[in-house]
Design a protein. Structure first.
Length: 300
């Protein structure tokens, strides 16, 4: 399939309160967000015209901006309305939705107290990031780059700069023939995949790392809630790489990945099994429910 450049598409992007033709949604080359990564974003999915967990994503966007020291200049309700408007403007019901807020070009230095905060929201068709064959299980390498100590980076924010090492890790993994990479943290503990949280099955229980230096993902919390609803035991704990020899199943969970089985992580092998498939099936059903039913069935 031919790659369609993201700067040359038909459609519309919501940009600072106006619906702008896709090709005209531009910013200045000296924008602070480009030079100093003073930007935060969200990844959301719309299913059958409804954006899944929109309120949680919108609240996290605003919270991420505050962690980086700025206020997104729109209310939760205004941002949610804009997300729905951009879906409608692009005639999409099933799509990936990307809000992003950043510091503008009024100042260009480490200090940026007087920059304007911008907000844009785009959407486009994007099936699961791992493709149609994903339920056979994806293959992950083990990244050289580590997730940083929370005193060295704003790890509780979905900040653009934190994804630089994810890109480096994923590119190396892809060059080695893997689909993606598992990232450890600065302590050598299992952390996450480059853009999704990770889970393992030990003795019939669902285990996942404690999110103390990476995002406590919205999909992560949703999957944990589904598992508990199904009477599965969920354990958040420190997981060391050498423990993976005992895990029988592994899977990743995130907005772009949804729930995807993992069959290989470096030297470790797993067999996609009943627990993974049950959670994937229940997640697929949940995302097509109305927001009130989602909150009732799988509160986060």
């Amino acid at each position: 399939m031919a790659l369609v450049p993201f700067d040359d598409r038909d459609g519309f992007i919501w940009f600072d309160g106006a619906m702008v033709p896709w090709r005209e949604a531009k910013l200045h080359v000296l924008s602070h967000g480009l030079h100093y990564a003073s930007a935060v974003f969200e990844g959301e999915r719309a299913y059958s015209g409804t954006i899944f967990r929109l309120r949680a994503h919108t609240e996290r966007l605003i919270a991420s901006g505050r962690i980086l020291g700025f206020e997104v200049p729109y209310t939760v309700e205004q941002i949610e309305a804009a997300c729905r408007q951009v879906l409608a403007a692009n005639n999409l019901t099933d799509a990936y939705v990307r809000p992003i807020a950043w510091r503008g070009s009024e100042m260009l230095a480490v200090s940026a107290q007087h920059t304007r905060i911008h907000l844009a929201i785009a959407c486009w068709p994007w099936p699961n990031m791992f493709g149609e064959a994903r339920m056979k299980g994806v293959r992950l390498g083990i990244a050289d780059w580590k997730r940083p100590h929370p005193e060295t980076a704003p790890t509780a924010s979905k900040a653009a700069g934190l994804y630089m090492i994810g890109t480096l890790a994923k590119h190396k993994a892809e060059a080695e023939g893997f689909d993606d990479a598992l990232m450890l943290d600065w302590r050598g503990q299992v952390a996450e995949e480059t853009g999704a949280n990770i889970f393992f099955v030990f003795d019939g229980e669902v285990h996942t790392p404690i999110p103390d230096c990476f995002l406590n993902g919205i999909t992560r919390r949703t999957v944990m809630s589904i598992a508990r609803h199904n009477q599965m035991k969920v354990v958040e704990r420190v997981i060391m790489p050498d423990e993976l020899t005992r895990a029988t199943e592994a899977f990743v969970a995130g907005t772009a990945a949804e729930v995807t089985p993992v069959r290989e992580i470096g030297p470790y092998r797993f067999t996609p099994g009943d627990i993974t498939f049950r959670l994937a099936k229940d997640y697929e059903a949940l995302v097509h429910m109305q927001p009130a039913e989602v909150e009732a069935r799988a509160p986060i």
